[in-house]
Write a protein that binds this ligand. Structure first.
Ligand code: GDP
Ligand code: MG
Length: 478
């Protein structure tokens, strides 16, 4: 009897143990089966898209570091500019790649003055619908993020979604935006915009106070001015479509890289210069440009030119008049159409006329949208015939890529145009003299790279606008 009782007790304990174990396994099973919520899912898909790191083995023969690895900065990291880690500013970028870079830099300026962590926005292909995910471009093709980390605190869009639980608390706007447009913004960000009782989006400033035919408001550069426009309460704020609206003159960085930054003492233009310094070109693009200059151009000094005037885009102003085109540029366009290759060749040659004889280069790199290469080749023929100069264009870059980077299959997918354009910016920035195209952020971004430590002032003082140079030749002014 005593034995049976003991047996019963042991059996009861065993059964309880089995039930407990079974319950634990069931709970764990159900936990892993649980459907992920929409935010978790989208976080994964966006981060996969933006920061996809290809295995190196795939490109083992490619002499470039593919998809430079990028790790999100640790919260314990101490960049030069410390910003409030609990408040965020998310820019939305528009227009072409260089306009996007300018928009990002200007939003970064606003974030610093507001003391908010900047969110790494989505970049896009040139002239593309920003609401289509296939038009996204990996930010690693546009900015050296590892270097940017040293400067400023930033988070990725997926981190923002997590921290803000999928909600944007306010829009710090620059222009009128329709509710239809806001619906697209919500879809592409996979975040909800906070709405007022009447269903409209919570926007600051409430009243835009636009003057005349202005479509955007200007944003001041001082903290107080910015806070008058954008009350700093919202934790997660969207700053959409920023481009030319910050009232600041873009300045290149000067002096060596700073080891500390005192924001209260830093003047606006100097701060902007630091932003330019720390949002530099990705290192793999710098490598491709350097190799091209050394291997194809023979490492000799050269003049560089940016010819932005393509019929498909810039020249539409006069060939196929576009609404809102500035009259000044339309008139310029009418003149450019009549420039002959021989005029352009004479203009480029005239720019070295005052250099000491031994300093005169005999090479020129002309960058342009690829559709204009046939015109450039005509210019090259004239330069060869009249001055014995050698011309290089994007055709030579692509030829070089096809032999040197044949196995870098990522270069031959849908980012080729984008990467080619940024590589040409890098090549132009190294010319001893650079002739820009006016009204182009592409040209302006070259100018911002031409710092004293890269190019001697002795040559840089001859930099000018190609339009002015050709005009002088056409009008016989030498
Ligand atoms: N490859 C190449 N593309 C260019 C050049 N100039 C303009 N583009 C193309 O045109 C776009 C310029 O747009 P964006 O970056 O907005 O500069 P912006 O229009 O000149 O202010 C580039 O992204 C290229 O697609 C050039 O010199 N070389
Ligand atoms: Mg543009």
């Amino acid at each position: 009897m005593h034995r049976k009782k003991k047996f019963d007790i042991i059996m009861r304990i065993r059964t309880q143990k089995i039930v407990c174990l079974f319950t634990l396994v069931l709970v764990a099973f159900l936990y892993f089966l649980k459907p992920q919520n929409a935010i978790e899912k989208s976080v994964r898909s966006v981060s996969d898209h933006v920061f996809r790191a290809e295995p190196n083995t795939r490109d083992s023969k490619c002499p470039l570091p593919w998809r430079p690895t990028y790790e999100e900065p640790r919260t314990s990291a101490h960049p030069l500019v410390a910003l409030d880690p609990k408040k965020f500013l998310l820019p939305m970028l528009i227009n072409g790649p260089n306009n996007q870079l300018v928009g990002f830099r200007k939003s970064m300026f606003v974030a610093i003055r507001m003391n908010r962590t900047i969110v790494l926005p989505t970049f896009h292909k040139h002239n593309a619908n920003i609401f289509k995910s296939t038009n996204k471009v990996n930010p690693l093709h546009r900015v050296d993020l590892e270097y940017m980390k040293r400067f400023i605190r930033f988070v990725t869009l997926d981190r923002l979604r997590e921290r803000c639980h999928g909600n944007i608390d306010a829009v710090y706007r620059l222009q009128e935006t329709s509710s239809n447009h806001y619906a697209k913004v919500e879809a592409v960000l996979d975040m909800k915009l906070k709405r007022k009782k009447d269903g409209s989006v919570l926007e600051y400033p409430a009243d835009l106070k636009l003057k005349g035919n202005e479509r955007f408001i200007g944003v001041p550069t001082d903290r107080k001015g910015i806070l008058d426009l954008y009350p700093n309460k919202a934790r997660c704020a969207l700053h959409p479509f920023h481009f030319a609206n910050l009232n600041i003159r873009e300045k290149k960085p000067s002096g060596p890289e700073p080891t500390s930054i005192d924001l209260t003492a830093l003047k606006d233009e100097k701060l902007y210069g630091e932003i330019v310094r720390f949002t530099r070109t990705p290192p793999y693009i710098v490598t491709m440009a350097t190799q091209f200059i050394a291997d194809v151009m023979g490492g000799r000094p050269y003049v560089s030119v940016h010819w932005r005037y393509d019929r498909k885009d810039w020249m539409k102003r006069c060939l196929d008049p576009v609404p809102h085109a500035k009259k000044e540029f339309q008139q310029k366009c009418d003149i450019i159409v009549k420039f002959r290759p021989v005029d352009i060749a004479s203009a480029i040659h005239s720019s070295v006329r005052n250099l000491p004889r031994d300093d005169v280069p005999h090479d020129v790199y002309i960058a342009s949208p690829p559709s204009e290469v046939p015109l450039l080749l005509e210019v090259g023929k004239e330069m060869k015939k009249k001055y014995n100069w050698k011309l290089f264009t994007s055709d030579d870059v692509v030829k070089f890529w096809k032999t040197t980077y044949r196995s870098c299959d990522w270069l031959w997918d849908d980012v080729t145009d984008d990467v080619l354009s940024t590589t040409e910016i890098e090549i132009c920035s190294r010319g001893i003299i650079f002739h820009r195209s006016d009204a182009s952020t592409w040209s302006n971004n070259v100018k911002l790279k031409r710092t004293d430590d890269v190019i001697s002032q002795r040559f840089m003082s001859h930099d000018s606008a190609i339009f002015d140079l050709v005009q002088r030749v056409v009008h016989g002014v030498q």
